[in-house]
Design a protein around this ligand. Structure first.
Ligand code: URP
Ligand code: ZN
Ligand code: ZN
Length: 437
C-alpha cells in the first residue's frame, strides 16, 4: 500500500490546529488541504478524532544488559508496545563495555536495533575518557550522523564518568556542535548512602528512595549547568524528578544557559508512598531518580506548562519482578533500576494532562513529539506538514481502558501504572506511510 488518504482530520501541531485532509504517498505527507479528492489505496475517516504527529520517545533502554539479564523488552517487543501507544520513533542508547570502542559499540547496536518496528535513533555514551574518545566522537558525528551523547553522573562503578572526563566530553561536544544529555545524581553520595543503609540492615526498596534524595539530583544538575555555562555546550537533563532541579534549570535558562529538560510519566503521576509497601509491591518502583513527593509532581506539571521542561520521555527500562527485581529481596542495591511505560506515555499525558485541563492539545503534541524532533535534529519528523515523514496517529478521544499487565503489550510481569484508568487511544498508527496498528 503506497497511498493513504485521511479525511476530515482535526490536525494538531505544536503551533497550529486546523481541519483538513491528508494525502500520504511513498512514506511522506505529500499533500494537505481543506478537501482532497484523490484516489488512494486506503481511505481513513478521522471525523471526531485528533490527528497528531507520531510520538517520539527520547529516552528508552531496550534490551539493556545488566547483571540480572537484559531489560525485559527487546527492540521487537518494546517497539511494538510503543507503536500500540502511538509512538513511532524511539531514541535508545549505545552503552559500550569498558575499553570497547564507541564506534564499534554503535555499529553493533544499530544491528541489534534492526529488530524494531519503529524508527530508532541512538544517543551514544562515552563511559570513560581515553586517548581515542575525541576521534571516535568526531567520527560518530561526521560519518554516522550521531546528534547527541549521554553521560551518567551516577553509577560510577559501571557507566558513570568522573568530573574531569565530563568536562572533556563536554568540550568535544561543543566543538562538534552536538548536544550532551545527562543522568544527574551525585553518584558518590548515593553510593555512600546505599552502603550505609545496607550496613545498618535497612534493605527494603524504601531505602532506594532514601539513598537518592532530591539534593543528590540537584547537586549534579547544578554541576552540569556550571559546566555548560563556562564551556558553552548545549545540555539536556534527562528524567528530571524534583522541584529543586527545576528551580536550578529555570534560573539557568533565565541566564541564557543552553539547557533543555525532560521528565517522565512516573514523576508526573506517582508519589513516593509507593515505596511504603511490601517488597512484591514496591520493587517495581525501584528506578532512578526515585519517585518523589506530590509537591515535586505539581511543580513538574507547572514546568511543562511554562516551557522549562521541554519533553516527556519514558526512560522505558522494564525488568520482571520474578527472576530480575526479586534478586534484591534482601538487598535493595541488587534490584535492577528501571521500569517501563513506552506504551502508555501518550494515553497517560492525554488523560491526566489534557483532559484534566493542565495542558492543551498543542502542548501535548509539543512535549511528546515536536520538541524531541527539534532538540535531537530529526528534521523531517514531529510536525504534520507537506514533505514531512508520514508518522501520524489518528487519536480516538473516547476509548476508555484500564492499564494492566493483563492487557499490556510491554514484555514485563508488572506495570507501574497498574489500575490507572485512561481515556483516548491511538486508533490508527501510521509509520513511514504504512499502517502499523
Ligand atoms: O532507573 C533507571 N532510570 N534505569 C534506567 C537507566 C537510567 O538511569 O536511565
Ligand atoms: Zn538515568
Ligand atoms: Zn534512562
Amino acid at each position: 500500500m503506497n497511498s493513504i488518504l485521511i479525511k476530515n482530520c482535526n490536525i494538531i501541531n505544536a503551533d497550529n490546529q486546523f481541519i483538513g485532509d491528508i494525502y500520504i504517498e511513498n512514506g511522506k505527507i505529500s499533500k494537505i488541504d481543506s478537501r482532497l479528492s484523490l484516489n488512494a489505496d486506503k481511505i481513513i475517516d478521522a471525523k471526531n478524532k485528533y490527528v497528531i504527529p507520531g510520538g517520539i520517545d527520547p529516552h528508552v533502554h531496550l534490551n539493556l544488559p545488566t547483571n540480572v539479564g537484559n531489560s525485559s523488552d527487546n527492540f521487537l517487543t518494546g517497539s511494538v508496545a510503543a507503536l500500540r501507544g502511538g509512538t513511532t520513533t524511539l531514541i535508545d542508547f549505545v552503552t559500550p563495555k569498558k575499553s570497547q570502542s564507541i564506534v564499534e559499540a554503535y555499529k553493533l547496536r544499530v544491528e541489534e536495533a534492526k529488530q524494531a518496528k519503529t524508527n530508532i535513533k541512538l544517543h551514544v555514551s562515552p563511559i570513560e575518557y581515553t586517548s581515542t574518545t575525541e576521534a571516535e566522537m568526531t567520527e560518530l558525528v561526521e560519518n554516522y550522523g550521531v546528534k547527541s551523547f549521554k553521560i551518567y553522573l551516577a553509577y560510577k562503578n559501571t557507566v558513570g564518568l568522573n568530573d574531569d572526563a565530563i568536562v572533556k566530553v563536554l568540550e568535544i561536544a561543543k566543538k562538534l556542535n552536538v548536544l550532551v544529555t545527562a543522568h544527574c545524581e551525585n553518584g558518590d553520595l548515593v553510593e555512600y548512602m546505599r552502603n550505609n543503609f545496607i550496613k545498618q540492615g535497612n534493605t527494603s526498596p524504601l531505602y532506594h528512595k532514601l539513598s537518592r534524595p532530591p539534593e543528590a539530583e540537584a547537586d549534579a544538575v547544578n554541576r552540569m549547568i556550571l559546566y555548560s555555562k563556562f564551556i558553552g555546550t548545549k545540555i539536556y537533563i534527562v528524567h528530571v524528578s524534583s522541584r529543586k532541579s527545576i528551580d536550578l534549570i529555570q534560573q539557568a535558562q533565565k541566564q541564557g544557559v543552553k539547557i533543555y529538560a525532560e521528565t517522565c510519566p512516573h514523576y508526573l503521576l506517582l508519589e513516593d508512598s509507593v515505596y511504603e509497601q511490601d517488597f512484591q509491591k514496591s520493587a517495581k518502583y525501584v528506578l532512578s531518580p526515585p519517585i518523589r513527593k506530590i509537591e515535586d509532581r505539581v511543580n513538574l506539571w507547572y514546568a511543562i506548562k511554562k516551557g522549562i521542561v521541554h519533553t516527556v520521555g519514558t526512560d522505558h527500562c522494564p525488568f520482571n519482578l520474578k527472576g530480575q527485581k526479586d534478586i534484591g529481596i534482601n538487598d535493595f542495591t541488587k534490584i535492577p533500576n528501571g521500569a517501563g511505560s513506552v506504551e502508555h506515555r501518550l494515553e497517560l499525558l492525554y488523560t491526566y494532562g489534557f483532559l484534566k485541563r493542565i495542558i492543551d492539545m498543542k502542548k501535548f503534541v509539543e512535549i511528546t513529539s515536536t520538541n524531541v524532533a527539534k532538540i535531537f535534529g530529526l528534521d523531517s519528523k514531529g510536525i504534520i506538514k507537506e514533505g514531512f515523514d508520514a508518522d501520524i496517529v489518528v487519536w480516538n478521544p473516547d476509548f476508555e481502558k484500564t492499564i494492566s499487565v493483563k492487557n499490556h503489550y510491554q514484555n514485563c510481569d508488572s506495570n507501574i501504572f497498574e489500575g490507572f484508568k485512561t481515556k483516548g487511544i491511538a486508533e490508527f498508527v501510521i509509520i513511514n506511510g504504512k499502517i502499523a496498528f
